[in-house]
Write a new protein. Structure first.
Length: 263
């Protein structure tokens, strides 16, 4: 059995834009005509369209439509409700951003926490997000667009940021212990004095990332990933202190996750 191709998110958005471009009154009119046609088709009353159809028969057709007016009205209401879905979604996003802005100076806000996850779930970019010192422990934002966001001093313990784009992000003093940063892009991000204890950083891009004074004990990554990163007074995954920016000048052992067991 042949399977139908799945529409991409971009195709769905383009389709929504096309539907939105059609005037509401026209959608309602077309809906009424189409539903009336279907009702008459089911009732086998389409012969009134034939030339010479008696007036009495046309009257019966009119009565048939009036009797089904409630059903037609309900279906038209459903169609108009579906058409208005994008507008309601935009309103929902506006409300979510208002919640986030309102909680700007609040450390713990469940409303902001949920709003961020809802926006991300709807595919909304979180670029330039301002949430310094926010308590976002265990938040789930995989593959989120967090370019140039300000999360200075934020609590992101056990957060799911797998595959997230954090290029140029301000994460100074942030708590990222046990966070999932696998495959994330931290290019030019500032993690000075950040806590990365036990964080998963496999396949993360760390070019020009500032790890000065950061705590990376037990972090999971390959030492080669730190090539090009800025290290100064950084506690490396094996517990050693790095006082230079040149990783290759160190003779530090690999992280605990890479260490070979002793015989």
């Amino acid at each position: 059995m042949a399977s139908f191709p799945r529409l991409s998110r971009r195709s769905v958005r383009n389709l929504e834009k096309c539907v939105q471009a059609v005037p509401t009154w026209l959608v309602a009119l077309i809906s009424i005509l189409a539903l009336s046609f279907l009702i008459l088709l089911v009732q086998d009353k389409l012969t009134f369209l034939a030339p010479g159809a008696p007036f009495g028969f046309k009257r019966k057709v009119l009565i048939e439509l009036i009797e089904n007016a409630e059903a037609i009205a309900i279906m038209v209401a459903v169609i108009l409700y579906v058409k208005g879905a994008p507008d309601r979604k935009d309103q929902k996003h506006y409300e979510a951003w208002r919640v986030i802005d309102t909680a700007a100076n609040i450390t713990t806000s469940y409303a902001r926490y949920q709003a961020l996850q809802d926006l991300h779930r709807d595919g909304v970019s979180l670029q330039w997000l301002e949430a310094p010192r926010a308590n976002l422990a265990k938040i789930s934002l995989p593959k989120a667009n967090l370019i140039a966001c300000n999360l200075e001093g934020a609590n992101l313990e056990n957060a799911n940021l797998r595959g997230a784009n954090l290029r140029g992000a301000n994460l100074i003093g942030a708590n990222l212990s046990q966070a999932d940063l696998v495959g994330s892009d931290l290019t030019a991000a500032n993690l000075q004095s950040a806590n990365l204890r036990g964080a998963a950083l496999w396949k993360a891009t760390l070019w020009e990332t500032n790890f000065a004074d950061a705590e990376m004990r037990w972090a999971e990554l390959h030492k080669e990933q730190l090539d090009g990163a800025k290290l100064h007074q950084t506690i490396l995954p094996d517990g050693s202190l790095c006082s230079t920016t040149d990783v290759h000048s160190l003779e530090a052992a690999p992280s605990d996750a890479e260490a070979e067991p002793e015989n």
